[in-house]
Design a protein around this ligand. Structure first.
Ligand code: MCN
Length: 795
């Protein structure tokens, strides 16, 4: 039998409006917050107003007597029930893993930490009663600055650990045997450029705040949660609370965005789980926007000391990245691992013969950090692309020329970098040439010269970012080497219904990415069924117990292959049935254009999968050994990551009198291999770029000196709206991924990773004649203006 690549209906590669959007956009769906169960109680959480304090007393008498209140409890009240928050990525053998009780026991370590819970008949009653709880805090000194936290004698976030250092993780190409020695390169270098970059702290501002409903009254305890990771949540709830796994069912209904912020197993979920078991009643907890900003994990927050070495002719010889990464007060499920995801990317698309990365994770009295779109890779790409521009200035070269001289050429793949990754494919020149064509690079440079010559108060800057990234998280073997506790495989099940319709159960857990649509397109082509004949089921551990969920732009690169493989198994299973129906030998059949026929005989009788599905349903007359169903499962674990790449170009106008930055044009040419749904991909790139621009120009989480979050609402924490964003010009080149049956690479984070350095490089480029060689993010008008004033004062 021959199963060739199937594209009979040409669904793959076609713009398809997203199936799920009608219900998502109109809100006619079961968001967790919409769920109401009989007898359900509402929870409200009292949070610490202090960044560091001992709890010396809690008096909840008045709250307990308040109208509608059923229960008030604190950490010690549920010490046996609440379990401990897990971290599944201790990156070194000696990573410090402090105890992390969901509800504080006797000390709070960041503002917003949960201290007490009210369960009441309505949310309003629960919130009102919170105000009646008296907590005595004995303030303790706070440590917020990462370098201060690492200094001798620093205030300790966790006294019992004896240190604020969480870990130090090193990747050295000389030691690993993947490249030369950076120290030697630095000693011999003709040019050395060093820079410190600050990755400010960001808040993943998902549209739907987190919400959890727990029903303990059935055979299983059922939790609905607005999460990216229902499968991971189930196993960690089980391990964290000692509840048998088969007695827990987790459902992620439609989820209103996550951006990494819901790649978490949260104290609030554990608290709701404990409350439901304590009260033996269904409970609901939905956070307010302020709670989300204060206590859902934050992202980025690194100090990056970068050194690049080169020869005068522009050949780079070494890259070293020395990081301090803020963990916050506690560890989320993968907090220590976030910088490590970037560790392999500081060399980007360039041939650095020597490479060294060192990161120290540090505890401070702040909200914990964890994944935020790109997780480690935007930070790495930013530092690399910024310092490539600084090196170009040092060498008096055009920044694009420097990149061209050093990038991996298309005939050099597969290419193993000095960081130890093997990039499978790419064509950096092609993407860059296309971007330049769309951007009008030469004309913009000309205009820039003219504005500089006439000392125009509005200067033009041009920013370049040529990137690659490792996504498609998997492979399990590599994750294991990095001490990540779980695997990276993904699963898919295809159920052929008797009438030829198809149900797909995927282990991915979409929260805005449109998997129902893209998976339907893949299945339609693989099985020769209609796009509308496919139903995609996800996010319920009762329907699918096998899944690793959605993050790290992994769903298509890993889950998509599992799906293709499952479809192929369906076809293989149907082959003897079709042969029987066609009265042919199975060895003589082929499956093309969605139907079985005798090989090489177009126009002859055919049987579709629907014919076969009905025949097995009847099972009146099947050959011996043929099962009465065509269902198939597949689990896939790739050998390698997925490596999308591209070139983003940005032109900004900077008003040197006011500091205002306006993006004049933005071109992104991405290469994500073959595209399943161009419309979805454009949406992913748009959203991704918006978030990258947001880091460059708008967003920053700020704490005051006492550890209060002063950017805790959208008034102080500025997320850009559509009017703040430029018209984006998008295009793609297509270098198929060799290891993927459809040739596809991931796209979910690419826009975010590429865009931040493109924008900041443009801002710095505009101000370069003033002697400015860096502007700290976000480049707000105030910060740009202050930088200009400082430069003028120094001149
Ligand atoms: N796709 C495609 N062709 C390709 C690559 C992808 O058609 N060559 C499609 C896929 O079929 C899928 C979508 O693009 O529908 C994204 O695919 P993929 O790159 O596999 O990423 P994931 O589905 O694993 O999504 C995770 C990624 C991440 S890590 C973040 S963060 C993020 C993102 O997706 N968060 C999002 N996009 C988001 N989009 C929305 N609306 N909301 C979020 O929270």
């Amino acid at each position: 039998m021959t199963v060739t690549e199937q594209r009979p209906s040409g669904e793959v590669g076609r713009d398809r409006r997203r199936k799920e959007d009608a219900r998502l956009i109109t809100g006619r769906t079961a968001w967790t917050e919409n769920l109401t169960l009989p007898g359900m109680l509402h929870l409200a959480i009292l949070r610490s107003p202090m960044a560091h304090a001992r709890i010396t007393g809690i008096d909840a008498t008045a709250a307990r007597g308040a109208p509608g209140v059923v229960d008030v409890f604190t950490g010690p009240d549920v010490a046996d029930l609440q379990g401990s928050m897990p971290c599944v990525w201790p990156v070194t053998e000696d990573t410090v893993l402090p105890a992390y009780p969901p509800l504080a026991l006797d000390e709070v370590r960041h503002a917003g930490e949960p201290v007490a819970v009210v369960a009441a008949r309505s949310r309003e009653s629960a919130l009102d009663a919170l105000e009646l709880i008296e907590v005595d805090y004995e303030p303790l000194p706070v440590v917020l600055d990462m370098e201060e936290a690492l200094a001798d004698g620093a205030t300790l976030v966790h006294e019992a650990s004896g240190t604020n250092k969480c870990y130090t993780w090193i990747l050295d190409s000389a030691a690993a045997g993947t490249g030369a020695d950076v120290a030697q390169m630095e000693a011999e270098a003709e040019v050395v450029v060093k820079r410190r970059f600050i990755q400010q702290r960001l808040i993943p501002a998902f549209m739907e705040p987190r919400s959890t409903v727990v029903d303990p009254t059935g055979d299983q305890i059922t939790m609905w949660s607005s999460t990216q990771v229902p499968h991971i949540l189930r196993i960690l709830l089980s391990l964290g609370t000692g509840t048998p796994e088969h007695k827990i069912r987790v459902i992620a209904p439609d989820v209103g965005g996550g951006f990494g912020g819901k790649l978490e197993v949260t104290p609030e979920e554990f608290i709701a789980f404990a409350a439901a078991r304590r009260l033996n009643k269904p409970v609901k907890f939905t956070e307010s926007r302020s709670e989300a900003m204060l206590s859902a994990h934050h992202g980025r927050d690194q100090i990056q000391d970068i050194t690049v070495t080169a020869r005068r002719d522009g050949t780079v010889t070494g890259m070293s990245a020395h990081l301090i990464a803020n963990m916050g007060a506690y560890l989320g499920i993968i907090t220590p691992g976030i910088p490590i995801l970037g560790a392999f990317m500081f060399g980007g698309i360039y041939k650095f013969p020597a490479y060294r990365f060192e990161c120290t994770g540090v505890f401070t009295n702040t909200t914990k950090t964890d994944a935020y779109r790109g997780a480690g890779r935007p930070e790495a790409t930013f530092a690399l692309e910024r310092i490539m521009d600084e090196l170009a200035v040092e060498l008096d070269m055009d920044p694009l020329e420097l990149r061209r001289r050093n990038w991996i050429n298309s005939d050099e793949f597969p290419f193993t970098t000095s960081a130890g990754l093997t990039y499978d494919s790419g064509d950096y020149a092609k993407a860059t040439d296309r971007a330049l064509e769309l951007f009008g690079y030469d004309a913009l440079r000309q205009e820039q010269r003219e504005r500089r010559d006439r000392a125009d108060s509005v200067q033009l800057g041009i920013g370049v970012s040529t990137y690659t990234e490792m996504c498609g998280l998997a492979p399990s073997r590599v994750l294991g080497q990095l001490r990540y506790a779980a695997g990276g495989w993904e699963s898919a099940s295809v159920r052929m219904l008797p009438t030829g319709k198809v149900e797909v159960v995927t282990g991915t857990s979409p929260h805005g990415q449109g998997h129902e649509t893209a998976w339907s397109q893949i299945v339609a082509d693989q099985l020769g069924v209609g796009f509308d004949d496919v139903e995609v089921l996800h996010g319920d551990t009762r329907t699918s117990h096998k899944g690793m969920d959605t993050y790290g732009s992994r769903s298509l690169a890993v889950g998509g292959i599992a799906l293709v493989n499952a479809c192929r198994r369906v076809v293989e299973k149907a082959m003897p049935v079709a042969a029987h129906l066609l009265e042919a030998d199975p060895a003589d059949l082929e499956f093309v254009e969605g139907a079985f026929r005798v090989k090489g005989s177009p126009g002859s009788a055919t049987k579709t999968l629907a014919d076969c599905a009905f025949a097995v349903f009847q099972s009146h007359d099947l050959p011996d050994g043929v099962e009465s169903n065509l269902d198939a499962d597949a689990t896939y674990d790739p050998e390698n990551f997925s490596y999308p790449h591209g070139t983003h170009l940005c032109a900004v106008e900077v008003d040197t009198e006011t500091g205002r930055v306006t993006i004049r044009s933005y071109v992104a040419v991405d290469d994500i291999g073959r595209v399943i749904n161009p419309m979805i991909v454009d949406g992913q790139v748009h959203g991704g770029i918006a978030q990258g621009i947001a880091q460059a120009l708008f967003e920053e989480a700020v704490y005051d000196e006492d550890g209060n979050l002063t950017s805790g609402t959208f008034v102080e924490y500025t997320i850009p709206s559509a009017v703040d964003l430029p018209e984006l010009v998008l295009d793609r080149t297509e270098t198929p991924a060799p290891g993927h049956p459809l040739g596809a690479k991931g796209v979910g984070e690419a826009g975010t990773i590429a865009s931040t350095p493109a924008v900041v490089n443009a801002v710095v480029d505009a101000l370069r004649p003033m002697g400015i060689d860096d502007v700290r993010m976000p480049c707000t008008p105030e910060r740009v203006w202050s930088t200009i004033q400082a430069a003028r004062a120094a001149a």
